[in-house]
Design a protein around this ligand. Structure first.
Ligand SMILES: [Ca+2]
Ligand SMILES: [Ca+2]
Length: 581
């Protein structure tokens, strides 16, 4: 009798459909290899944005048609920079204004949505965007514009936990997808234009409790947290006043606003850091660590293992926030590539940060004449550094024309790396800016720049955007596809030898990864500023998906370029494609 009962209970348990499967740390580690789900921003924690899927390939991509489209609805549009996640038959996608949706993978039907109630005083610098979520166990976790983290139940959309990252009224916000690294939840902070202090935080993803914090401005103390939430000193980042004179390090910026990547082969998480604050470099002599750098952190100790600074004593808002994407080098060494906002592409040893290669990936770079491969430092051109106001009338320093513009050779739009072709696919932009310095003092919650600027096109150039296939070994641009408007979406590459990317003009494109020949395009009705993804459902259908919705930093900060793209329409839809039968 008893045996029978247990047998019946087991049968009932087995009848529970597969959607109950928890997302484990191991599944996240293997995300890049598993093609039936997308568990991480970057299609793998190291951010290669490569899918081995081959069903959709160069021979048949012309037959790609929409399967369904989902509108985020409401009156809230603006920039949609989010990368969707896919697990257990559901798609999780975030939208502008700190919204998140769960959809049925086959039909696009909405299962639930959650909207963060945002206070009036939020201070996002560069549109009300969100770049995606993280999955862990039965939760989907995302960061909000009022600098909070929210964990929701994947099935019901109910809040499991909610934690405050920092004070939005001091200029803190959050837009990046959280990162799960070896079972820890890693996040950064936004707010580099408001004199916040950048940092990386690790939390227990099950409860949201802090495990450690690591400031990315030299002089600030890092902490670890015990089970009762008591904090313990874990060493100062760098050496106080070594690369910052005076007190400006106390409001030193270096925000970690794009989040990070993680490589399980090195055990290190890599976070890019933004500009030192304020923008006026003459106020803060020294390198101003760890601004404009890649910072490699041991995920368990919370200590900085190495750093590489692309723009010491930055004077151009060249945030080094871009993603550091690890890959296997030709001799089997573990390397990382980064297309920096300053226009240079860096290849570093992922274990120790040693510089292996550096070359420009945009044609218009005038702030530096190159990178000294011995010291790893840029060879500055003082002609193109905005002048010191105290050297003139004290109100406005000498204005210069600098390239690239502060919106960068590349900005938030993530690149992709194909281990098959050995090439990075970089969404690059060619533009410049008039920039000058002004006096400024720090005031909590106010813009902290000390600079004025106008973004401009490059004289004689009939395009701004260019998708470029870059060989990290030779530094050569193997092929490129130019685009009139600046590229602001990310890139996906696949085992089917395809590269997918979107444009502000509203096209999702596919090209041959080897040759750059455009093989397919589809107009989604509004600009694309988000990275595409691909996966295969349980029945063997491969999908390609992308968020559509024009916005981001270009219309807000783009000066003369913003005027050129003023006609582009806003929106907010997820588009999903499959091959026509
Ligand atoms: Ca996967
Ligand atoms: Ca910045």
């Amino acid at each position: 009798m008893r045996k029978k009962l247990i047998g019946a209970m087991v049968a009932a348990a087995l009848a529970v459909p597969a959607f109950a499967a928890d997302i484990t740390a191991d599944m996240i580690k293997n995300d890049a290899q598993t093609t039936d789900n997308i568990l991480t921003a970057g299609l793998g924690t190291n951010g290669q944005r490569y899918s081995p899927l081959t069903d959709i390939n160069t021979k048949n991509v012309a037959r790609l048609v929409p399967a369904w489209s989902f509108s985020l609805g409401g009156e809230k549009q603006r920039g949609q920079e989010s990368q969707p996640l896919v697990a257990n038959g559901k798609i999780f996608v975030t939208g502008s204004y700190s919204r998140i949706y769960a959809l049925d993978e086959k039909t696009g039907q909405e299962l639930w949505k959650y909207e963060q109630r945002l206070p009036d005083g939020i201070m996002p610098c560069c549109d009300v965007v969100n770049r995606g979520a993280a999955l862990f166990k039965n939760m989907v976790i995302f960061a909000t514009l009022d600098a909070q983290l929210v964990a929701l139940d994947q099935d019901s959309g109910k809040v499991v936990w909610k934690e405050k990252i920092d004070d939005y009224s001091a200029g803190y916000s959050a837009t990046a997808a959280p990162l799960i690294a070896d079972g820890l939840l890693l996040t950064g902070v936004s707010g580099g234009e408001f004199g916040i202090v950048g940092r990386i935080e690790a939390r227990n993803p099950e409860t949201g409790e802090l495990v450690w914090t690591r400031p990315t401005v030299e002089g600030h103390m890092g902490y670890t947290y015990d089970k009762d939430g008591n904090k313990h000193e874990n060493g100062i980042s760098g050496t106080t006043n070594a690369t910052w004179k005076g007190d400006l390090w106390k409001t030193g910026g270096a925000s970690t606003w794009m989040g990070g990547t993680y490589d399980s082969k090195t055990g290190l998480a890599y976070f890019g850091t933004g500009n030192p604050a304020p923008w006026n470099s003459h106020l803060r002599p020294g390198d101003n660590l760890f601004s404009c750098s890649t910072v490699a952190v041991d995920v368990h100790s919370g200590k900085i293992v190495w750093h590489y600074q692309g723009t010491p004593n930055d004077g151009w808002d060249f945030d080094g926030a871009n993603e550091f994407v690890t890959f296997d080098g030709p001799k089997g060494e573990r390397l990382g590539g980064k297309a920096d906002r300053n226009g240079f592409f860096y290849v570093l040893d992922a274990k120790d940060g040693k510089l292996k290669n550096a070359f420009p990936f945009v044609r218009n770079v005038n702030w530096a004449k190159g990178i000294d491969m011995k010291t790893g430092r840029p060879i500055f051109d003082p002609e193109h550094r905005p002048g010191d106001p105290t050297a003139t009338d004290g109100k406005k320093g000498q204005s210069v024309f600098s390239t690239p513009s502060f919106l960068g050779g590349k900005n938030q739009q993530p690149m992709a790396y194909s281990p098959k072709t050995g090439m990075f696919y970089v969404p690059a932009n060619e533009w410049g800016m008039e920039i000058w310095n002004e006096p400024v003092t720090y005031k909590k919650g106010a813009a902290y720049l000390g600079a004025g600027f106008t973004i401009k096109t490059i004289p004689g150039l009939d395009y701004i955007g260019a998708l470029r296939a870059v060989n990290p070994e030779t530094g050569k641009i193997v092929w490129e596809i130019k685009n009139q408007a600046p590229l602001w979406g990310g890139v996906l590459t696949t085992g089917g030898d395809l590269v997918f990317w979107g444009t502000p003009e509203g096209y999702l494109n596919a090209a041959d990864a080897k040759t750059g020949k455009v093989l397919w395009k589809f107009q989604v009705g509004t600009g694309v500023v988000a990275p595409p993804v691909t996966w295969k459902d349980k029945d063997g259908t491969q999908y390609v998906a992308v968020m559509a919705g024009w916005g981001g930093a270009v219309p807000l900060w783009g000066g003369e370029v913003a005027k050129k793209v003023r006609h582009l329409e806003q929106g907010g839809s997820l588009w999903v494609f499959k091959l026509m039968k």
